[in-house]
Design a protein around this ligand. Sequence first.
Ligand SMILES: [Zn+2]
Length: 110
Amino acid sequence: MINDALLVASNDNKPTCKGLFYRCSIHNFIDKSGALVSSTKLRPLKRMSCKGCEKCAGILDTLAEDLSCELPSKLAHGDVVELGVVIDSEDCESGLSDGWHVRAQLVENL
Ligand SMILES: [Zn+2]
């Protein structure tokens, strides 16, 4: 009985997912060959982000498999984005999603 009560209490105190946040840094430079290079880097904001849950693990697994991420059309140096998964297709018989990709959405109010 006591163990059951503790289990319920610990589930109630389970922290909710805060999401995965990244800060954009854009650098333009000329490389050794003289080419103009524009690099966009998304650095993880660890203190602001979820410490780890099933949902975030799924997002990171999808990113690791695909290595592509849909970025906002206007992304500036210093912007903060939140990663999420977008469902592209569902199996018409089972109703389960069978295609998805990662999207970075701009966080307007910090
Ligand atoms: Zn999470």
